[in-house]
Design a protein around this ligand. Structure first.
Ligand code: ACO
Length: 380
């Protein structure tokens, strides 16, 4: 065990290896993301989200009968406990952000669930988001449709209407794209919690809290806001330059691991273009897409000018915003929708950690004072 003076502090644990995983591999220099051995590009727009969740939990793609059982197990659990509804109703009265409502609701999702928490959480957490959204807008929650899968039910229970296939596919591509991503902050949080011998509900609730921050999953709302604020192609340069001169961070750019364009940005950009071009987008259209593509180009060039050599490139969040806008989601739903996709990965990582657990317990270097003298209260 190193002494205090021998310990080396690595801020943000940058470059520290804290787990072995079979779930995903992130190569920040090549811009490569593998999900259980598959390039994310092979899965994102082709697989159902249930197939990706199965792959993350079992290490292999399901056969048709395994997939049918998996979908059935989710469908059987896709309803919220009455206490969760009551909590969401109270949260809606306070109009709290949807991500906070999800964090609160997460702790109640297993109330009447019994066994098989992975399925319960995967089926119910997205439902808590959509039920909350309806309650917050004065509408009653809609019961899921047992014939629909994870992505279609998300949109159905949000709007109460059967969603067009193009929107379901766009959302499903998104959920698959963000299903897992190495040892990011929220996944590390989940693994740390489960490593103490705690339970899956606690791990997921903690991960939701970690994902919420703007340096992790909370960026796409502000990223879209910036595109709207810019409004026209001519404004991109002056608005972004002004932000950088004021010391602001451009949301949707920069990444701890990727030093080239995030491969998920490419996938989501293509998915957004496809949705807008199809004419089935719920809001926005090709002019918005073209504006965003221009904003991206200007932002990357300005980041190189302001932060030379930092290699600040587009991350997953920039085109997340554009795609989810086209799917019909309000910016307040972006982060909880990200959580709904990342759930499959969080749960997979918890199962992996449990299968070969060692308590995650790093150390700190003490940099405070020593040899201080106690002073009674009346002498301070
Ligand atoms: N805009 C402007 N400057 C930036 C940005 C940005 N988006 N990102 C990093 N920088 C600058 C920092 O100010 C810093 O500059 P300095 O050295 O002159 O002080 C330098 O680049 C390095 O930044 P760090 O914060 O040390 O890099 P880190 O690896 O911690 O950052 C992070 C990663 C948090 C994602 C950062 O790039 C950021 O804040 N981006 C904006 C928010 C965002 O898009 N978050 C989503 C990330 S993707 C995800 O988690 C799913």
């Amino acid at each position: 065990m190193p002494t205090n003076s021998e310990k080396r502090y690595i801020p943000g644990l940058e470059g520290v290896v804290a787990a072995e995983t079979r779930l995903s591999s992130v190569d920040g220099q090549k811009g490569e993301l593998l999900i259980a051995g598959f390039p994310v590009e092979a899965l994102a727009a082709n697989a159902s989200h249930e197939e990706v969740a199965y792959l993350l939990w079992h290490g292999d793609l399901p056969s048709p009968s395994q997939l049918a059982d998996f979908r059935q197990a989710l469908a059987a659990r896709r309803s919220l406990p009455p206490a969760t509804h009551a909590l969401l109703r109270a949260a809606a009265a306070e109009k709290i952000p949807a991500m906070d409502a999800l964090r609160m609701a997460a702790g109640t999702l297993n109330l009447d669930a019994g066994e098989n928490l992975p399925f319960t959480l995967l089926a119910r957490a997205p439902l808590a988001v959509t039920a909350y959204w309806r309650l917050r807008h004065g509408r009653e929650p809609v019961a899921p449709d047992p014939d629909l899968g994870q992505a279609a039910n998300y949109l159905y229970t949000l709007t109460g209407e059967r969603p067009p296939a193009a929107r379901v596919r766009a959302l499903e591509t998104y959920l698959n794209t963000v299903g897992d991503h190495g040892l990011n902050a929220s996944t590390f949080t989940a693994r740390t919690i489960i490593s103490t011998g705690s339970d899956l509900v606690s791990a997921v609730a903690g991960a939701i809290g970690a994902l919420k921050g703007p340096r992790h999953g909370g960026a796409p709302g502000p990223a879209l806001q910036t595109v709207f604020e810019i409004g026209t192609i001519d404004n991109a340069e002056p608005v972004l330059r002004h932000k950088l001169e004021a010391g602001a961070r451009l949301m949707g750019f920069g990444h701890r691991v990727y030093k080239v364009r995030d491969p998920r940005a490419e996938l989501l950009s293509a998915a957004a273009a496809g949705l807008y071009r199809s004419g089935d987008a719920a809001q926005g259209g090709m002019p918005l897409y073209e504006l965003a593509a221009h904003v991206e180009k200007v932002a990357v060039a300005l980041l190189e000018e302001f932060k030379p050599g930092r290699k600040l490139q587009t991350n997953v969040e920039f085109y997340t915003a554009l795609l989810l806008h086209g799917v019909g989601l309000d910016p307040d739903l972006f982060a909880p929708t990200f959580a709904s996709g990342r759930l499959a990965g969080w749960i997979g990582h918890c199962l992996e950690q449990q299968s070969n657990n060692r308590l995650i317990r790093p150390q700190s270097v003490y940099v405070g004072e020593r040899d201080r003298q106690w002073q009674p209260l009346d002498q301070r």
